[in-house]
Design a protein around this ligand. Structure first.
Ligand code: HEC
Ligand code: HEC
Length: 262
């Protein structure tokens, strides 16, 4: 009896020990994670180095003090988010005089971008680079539905319901949103590049922005086998299709099952 109890206790002790280890690592991570996050977002941009880079690559248009010239606007007060967005998406430095700065591969390293951002941020207060906590993608249905709704109301008139992009007036366009990083999405919303409006925290709270981003990234992951996405016609027609198709599959399964059992 004693021996049995001891043997029984041992696996239980292992389980308890494992659980404790999990809780402890979880707690340790929760404590440590925000500091990691801060370290990566503020990325300790070097203002002095950023200034040197700015003088070399940007000052010809934006002016030696970044106060603007006839060729380009002042950057005082645009904030780190605007620089990070414009440079990481390759829009800046501007290469041509098209109606709109196109997205292109960036010629700067992450550290360069962080330094440039830190320099411009030091000139005057503006939107900061978003915190990592708002860039984590949510996957629960409620957040995705909310993100979809917010996107439909605030963004779809320019970017199309599924974020495929669309033309605007005078040769301008709202670009497709596929392949844009969550950070760049957040920054686009808080800085409103070119003809895009600014969505400050009063319009769309940080969590609302996070929901919109989660929805856009969720859309990207949706496989469309054979490229057959029904043209993303909308929930009613797609549900009707899924329903009709589902019924056929179910009938087929029922027929197959009964045929097998008899
Ligand atoms: C050839 C000229 C030119 C160069 C070089 C250039 N820019 Fe610009 N920049 C512009 C123009 C014009 C605009 C305004 C139109 C636009 O937003 O596309 C602009 C806009 C911006 C904005 C957006 C400002 C806002 O109000 O949100 C940022 C940020 C910026 N530039 C940063 C930079 C940085 C950093 C560099 C250097 C890496 C750089 N630019 C190099 C011409 C230039
Ligand atoms: C009035 C039209 C308009 C609305 C509304 C609008 N945008 Fe935009 N958006 C634009 C334009 C124009 C650009 C391109 C700016 C540029 O190239 O400098 C853009 C750029 C972007 C980018 C950058 C894409 C890239 O290729 O780097 C993202 C992300 C984005 N928008 C997301 C959104 C989201 C999310 C919303 C809603 C909360 C929204 N936009 C609402 C017009 C709009």
């Amino acid at each position: 009896m004693k021996g049995l109890a001891a043997r029984r206790r041992r696996p239980l002790a292992t389980v308890v020990l494992l659980l404790m280890a999990l809780v402890v690592t979880g707690a340790a991570y929760a404590v440590a994670a925000p500091t990691f996050a801060n370290a990566s977002t503020t990325a300790a941009g070097d203002v002095q180095r950023g200034r040197d880079l700015f003088v070399a690559s940007c000052a010809s248009c934006h002016g030696a003090q970044a106060t603007g010239t006839r060729a380009a606007p002042s950057l005082v007060g645009v904030g780190a988010a605007a620089v990070d967005f414009q440079v990481s998406t390759g829009r800046m430095p501007l290469a041509n005089t098209a109606p709109q700065a196109p997205r292109k591969p960036t010629e700067f390293t992450q550290q360069d971008v962080a330094d440039l951002s830190a320099y411009v941020a030091s000139l005057g207060p503006g939107p900061a680079i978003p915190e990592d906590q708002y860039l984590n993608l949510k996957t629960d249905d409620e957040s995705l539905a909310k993100g979809a709704e917010l996107f439909r109301v605030n963004c779809a008139m320019c970017h199309n319901v599924v974020g495929a992009g669309g033309a605007l007036t005078r040769g301008k366009y709202a670009p497709p949103l596929e392949g844009v990083t969550p950070k760049q999405m957040y920054e686009a919303m808080v800085t409103g590049p070119q003809s895009m409006p600014v969505f400050n925290d009063a319009n769309l709270s940080p969590t609302d922005k996070q929901d919109v981003i989660s929805y856009l990234k969720y859309l990207e992951e949706q496989p469309s086998p054979g490229g057959f996405s029904l043209g993303s016609l909308g929930p009613v027609s797609e549900a009707l299709f899924a329903w009709a198709f589902g019924i056929v599959v179910l009938i087929g399964a029922a027929v197959w099952l009964t045929a097998k059992s008899s």
